[in-house]
Design a protein. Structure first.
Length: 84
């Protein structure tokens, strides 16, 4: 199964760039009909993960994917599932 992986470790302190990258990866998944996007905000304080979840909950973004899973074994990882 094809998936896209987005690691946010390198841009964790660049607020606008984070949203740009999240938008890009969601659009790429829709365009290429990829069913899974793995987003790695990292463990840290949890603020970046909250920012990612707030972005994914936006109505315009939420309409594009099926569901979000939080990795039960790794707190610093999210999976966004698409249904095509």
């Amino acid at each position: 199964m094809a998936k896209i992986k987005l690691d946010l470790h390198d841009i964790f302190n660049k607020g606008q760039k984070i949203e740009v990258e999240l938008q890009r990866v969601i659009e790429e998944a829709v365009e290429k009909r990829i069913k899974l996007v793995e987003i790695i905000p990292g463990k840290g304080s949890g603020q970046l993960k909250k920012k990612v979840l707030r972005f994914l909950e936006r109505p315009d973004i939420k309409a594009k994917y099926h569901r979000i899973d939080k990795d039960s074994k790794n707190f610093g990882r999210l999976f966004v599932h698409f249904r095509f």
